[in-house]
Design a protein around this ligand. Sequence first.
Ligand code: 5GP
Length: 196
Amino acid sequence: MKELDERIINEGKVIMPDILKVDSFLNHQMDVALFEKIGAEFARRFKDEAINKILTIESSGIGIAVMAARYFGHCPVVFVKKNASRLVNGDVYQTKIHSFTKDQDYQATVAKNYLNEEDHVLIIDDFLANGEAVSGMIALCQQAKADVHGVGIVIEKGFQQGRQRILRQGVRLESLAVIDRFEDGQVILRKDETCI
Ligand code: 5GP
């Protein structure tokens, strides 16, 4: 997606050796028109999959997942809760996830009511780093006996381990932009992902 690539290059700020901030359009302020195009692109890439549920994780995945869901017919979005409050009790699936940005573990939770063996799931998230969040969501789907048809990521950091980790689990992965590396504070994208 040319527009996404340009926004990453022009507005992304490399704030640590391996962390990119894209608060101006994705993680704080949300560019709804761009989200719309991102949703449409996920729908195009996964159009041959019979998906009836989108699973994401709070909070940055939610907006993108909602936009994508509009293209999949009657397709609810379920978001995994981090460190669920006392409001969530009883019948839940849980798994531990290590947060890349906060460098701490949290208990990821989803209610059994909203994920089950009849679900054909597309997992969506904003970033892919080491694949912890996505692997956690796959684990929750396995607990629920739901089928995972694929993973859609807005920005993959190709120099980290997430891709290998997901593919090793036999799950299809589609990333709209892949960062090859950071060089002198600039983002260098992988070329083959920039021409779509
Ligand atoms: P992973 O679980 O794949 O190691 O990391 C992905 C999760 O951490 C995403 O849900 C995202 O919220 C966050 N994350 C990882 N790397 C970055 C980054 O460079 N920038 C931002 N804004 N979030 C990141």
